[in-house]
Design a protein. Structure first.
Length: 185
């Protein structure tokens, strides 16, 4: 099997059992068109994705900070590029986004706290008791759990993207070229 065997499915090849998902989130991004090779997985993914993307206790800015840091650490250009656009859309500035790919010392304090948490999860698969306490004090318990779930979800997406070589969506590449070409990977 090769990466080409996992190419994003076209509308013509879209599985009948998830036809209802094609016109929603699943048909909009190449990563989900790759996941459509396994219809049951994509169907199961939908509820977690909906929560993480639209209902997270982190809020949109903090979620994008965490996702961008994870994309950077994982080396997932697809996720980095897509979330640069989403980050800009929720109000992150280009310098703030660029800082998320650098040392924690160069970040604003709230971003540094999230980046350190992502780094700990990436490096050790857990938060230290001190990190957990600091995050809970600043964000609240539900946001901490959403941070853990977000990191896990995007780590899984990164595995899928990097293994299959899913191409960046054309609309994301165009938006990035227009809005923040210096951040494109």
């Amino acid at each position: 099997m090769t990466q080409a065997d996992f190419a994003p499915l076209s509308d013509a090849d879209w599985p009948r059992e998830i036809a209802d998902m094609r016109d929603g989130f699943a048909g909009q991004l190449n990563v989900y068109r790759v996941m459509a090779h396994h219809p049951a997985l994509l169907r199961a993914w939908a509820d977690l994705r909906r929560h993480i993307v639209t209902r997270t206790a982190l809020g949109p800015e903090r979620a994008e900070v965490a996702i961008l840091r994870l994309a950077h650490r994982l080396g997932s250009s697809y996720e980095w590029n897509q979330h640069v656009i989403r980050g800009l859309d929720v109000g992150l500035t280009r310098p703030r986004i660029a800082a998320l790919a650098g040392p924690v010392a160069g970040m604003q304090p709230d971003d540094a706290l999230l980046a350190q948490a992502v780094d700990a999860l990436f490096d050790h698969a857990e938060l230290s008791p001190g990190q957990l306490a600091a995050l809970e004090d600043q964000l609240g318990r539900e946001a901490v759990l959403d941070l853990l779930a977000t990191a896990g979800m995007y780590l899984t997406l990164g595995f899928i993207l990097k293994t299959t070589g899913a191409p960046l969506d054309d609309n994301i590449a165009q938006a990035l070229a227009q809005r923040a070409p210096e951040l494109m990977r």
